[in-house]
Design a protein around this ligand. Structure first.
Ligand code: TXA
Ligand code: MG
Length: 344
């Protein structure tokens, strides 16, 4: 398949590209588009066939459901059973990096929800994503635009790496602002379960809803045979092809260990800006200042892809502290490392 790649630099001038993109989606094709979190691999959320094409382009198991993207929070009415809690979340966080799981309506095909009777709904704030959904007039089903198992793409360069030849169009809108996927919550009556942490933090959710539980798989490895609350939790994700190991201990000890492994075993490391000079530059990738979690979130997936290209057989990183935005970093990193944590 020939993939048309369109770059949009001025977000007020994208009429022609988005008209073409909307025509592709409405006729059942696939378009990769930027969002504020990561790039999405979009198709018509009302067509079973589009969902099948998405699973096949990503190489994703078809029991792992897709998020549908809407233009306005109230559009969720058409596709899901909303509630007072939904509107509280919508008022506080939409448009933005929050996905809400509710009972689905019949118009959403089972192939989109991986056979579940619930659907994940998100209203992105990125102007290109918003304009595209509005132009289509249908919800856009979109997982992250990576080949299944790889880190989600946060710039068009990585989308092209994974998706060129597999989709009809890629819209290059530059770098994604947040860099980690949306926070996912499931509504159960008056309570919420956090299924995937993101830029909308646990504390922010607690300000809107009294009862917020964190699904055990956010922090810990699922036990054998344990059924995950979200199908995506059981798949390896975000992983570089080299072995990725997280170091747990005093920061100074972790840094010494990293340096030694670089010298003795040619290992690569993800480090903080403050540490970069002390380490071997050709085997180190900095993810931001130690206290700047937003920059770390924005750079993590790029760093994992770039670390892989250094050709080292092992990559080490600090184990983040799982509070605030750090919970999302922790969740992505323990999964990328397949829960390999080493005490130093
Ligand atoms: O930021 C994001 O959420 C990005 C952008 C493109 O919007 N999308 C994204 O989609 O990360 P994806 O498919 O890579 O991750 C969606 C996750 C999967 O782990 C899936 O298992 C879970 O959401 N999910 C979707 N629908 C669900 C449902 N009905 N019940 C439980 N989990 C669900
Ligand atoms: Mg994904």
């Amino acid at each position: 398949m020939d993939t048309r790649i369109e770059r949009i630099t001025d977000t007020t001038e994208y009429g022609e590209t988005l008209d073409a993109a909307a025509r592709i989606i409405l006729s059942g094709g696939l378009v990769v588009f930027p969002t504020e979190t990561v790039y999405g691999l979009g198709g018509n959320g009302l067509l079973s066939d589009a969902a099948r094409k998405i699973y096949s382009a990503k190489g994703r198991p078809s029991d792992n459901p897709l998020i549908i993207h809407i233009a306005e929070p109230r559009d969720a009415e058409n596709y899901a059973s909303t509630s007072e809690v939904y509107y509280r979340l919508a008022d506080a966080f939409m448009p933005g990096p929050l996905t809400v799981i509710m009972k689905k309506r019949d118009c959403i095909p089972m192939s989109v929800t991986g056979g579940l009777d619930t659907v994940a709904v998100r209203c992105p704030s990125h102007p290109i994503a918003h304009a595209l959904i509005e132009k289509c007039g249908v919800p856009i089903a979109a997982p992250s635009a990576n080949i299944s198992g790889r880190p989600s793409p946060t710039s068009a360069e990585y989308v092209v790496e994974d998706m060129n030849g597999r989709v009809d169009m890629i819209i290059d809108g530059g770098e994604c602002e947040i860099g980690l996927e949306s926070t996912i919550v499931k509504i159960d009556g008056n309570s919420l379960t956090l299924l995937r942490p993101g830029a909308i933090t646990y504390d922010a959710l607690c300000c809107v809803c009294e009862n917020v539980k964190i699904a055990p798989a956010v922090l810990n490895k699922l036990a054998e045979n344990e059924k995950p609350l979200s199908p995506g939790m059981k798949y390896r994700h975000y992983a570089p092809s080299s072995d990725f190991v997280l170091l747990d201990g005093e920061k100074r000890d972790a840094l010494e260990f990293m340096k030694k492994e670089q010298i003795e075993n040619n290992c690569a490391v993800l480090c903080y800006d403050e540490e970069f000079e002390y380490l071997n530059a050709s085997l180190s990738i900095s993810i931001g200042k130690e206290n700047d979690l937003s920059t770390q979130a924005k750079r993590l997936f790029t760093a994992l892809r770039e670390a892989d290209k250094l050709g080292a057989n092992k990559i080490y990183a600090h184990l983040p502290t799982p509070t605030g935005l750090g919970l999302a970093l922790y969740n992505r990193m323990i999964r990328a490392a397949a829960h390999t944590i080493m005490k130093v």
